[in-house]
Design a protein around this ligand. Structure first.
Ligand code: 4HQ
Length: 248
């Protein structure tokens, strides 16, 4: 899978891509990630990337020309990306579904803005998608770009060692994950649930499915509207809500 990132802080983006699962996949050649310094695409002596907003108002706006030049260079050197994503709080909310869609694209470019944002004509000409990672204001699109790359890269076959862990992940099935424990079996007076040390693998699987469902019901009931539940899980939900009704 190929990514191209356009940013005024390439060192920040490269640092975020150097470690862990993504860093390893990059070393192994499973991910081909180009990080491009926007200032390399300026033509003035001082490599200026921003300017005052037309119409007045506070802050600075990122100039269109360097982004246009960067996109032309990416297309000629690395091919035309199937998706060009602008990171912005005004975008569609990023989600696991969105990550799956981008993973199917094969080549994704990410445009990271700073200051008040990027000249709207960059979006008009180049963007296929405008994406937000959540309702809070950051100082730039670099961290959101890293978030998108991380979530998409994990879906590329081979990037995460154990494919099973990707499907079983929180959101692999649209539910929250079950709780995890490791040794020692008792620590600081806290015991690991007995079923997990029992060796009854059928019971363990059932307990984990119930825990995942319970937590989702308690913490993120909204996810149950779209989760892919099987007949057991529907039945457990009915049991729990009947018990609640009785004890209320
Ligand atoms: N910004 N999700 C402003 C974000 C953001 C977000 C990125 C701040 C773009 C110009 N991006 N710059 N939240 O807050 O994606």
């Amino acid at each position: 899978m190929k990514f191209d990132v356009v940013t005024i802080f390439p060192a920040m983006v490269n640092a975020g891509l150097a470690e862990g699962v993504v860093g390893r996949a990059r070393d192994r050649g499973l991910l081909d990630i180009g990080v491009h310094n926007l200032r390399d695409f300026t033509t003035d002596r001082h490599h200026v990337v921003d300017d005052v907003p037309f119409g007045g108002g506070p802050g600075m706006v990122m100039k269109p020309e360097p982004f246009f030049a960067a996109m032309e260079a990416i297309i000629s050197r690395r091919g035309r990306p199937q998706a060009v994503v602008v990171l912005s709080p005004a975008g569609r909310r990023f989600s696991q579904d969105e990550a799956r869609r981008l993973a199917d694209c094969g080549h994704v470019a990410l445009l990271c803005g700073r200051y008040e944002g990027i000249d709207e004509r960059v979006r008009e000409r180049w963007a296929t998608d405008e994406v937000s990672i959540g309702d809070y204001v950051l100082s730039g699109g670099e961290l959101p770009g890293l978030v998108v790359i991380d979530a998409v890269a994990r879906l590329v076959p081979g990037v995460v060692g154990d494919e099973q862990s990707v499907e079983g992940d929180s959101f692999g099935r649209g539910l929250l994950d079950y709780p995890h424990y490791t040794r020692p079996a008792e620590y600081a007076g806290l015991r690991v649930p007995e079923v997990l040390t029992s060796g009854h693998h059928g019971e363990i699987r059932r307990w984990r499915r119930q825990q995942a469902l319970r937590r989702t019901l308690e913490r993120r009931p909204d996810l149950l509207d779209t989760a892919a539940l099987d007949e057991d899980e529907r039945e457990w939900l009915r049991e729990w809500s009947a018990r609640r009704a009785r004890t209320e």
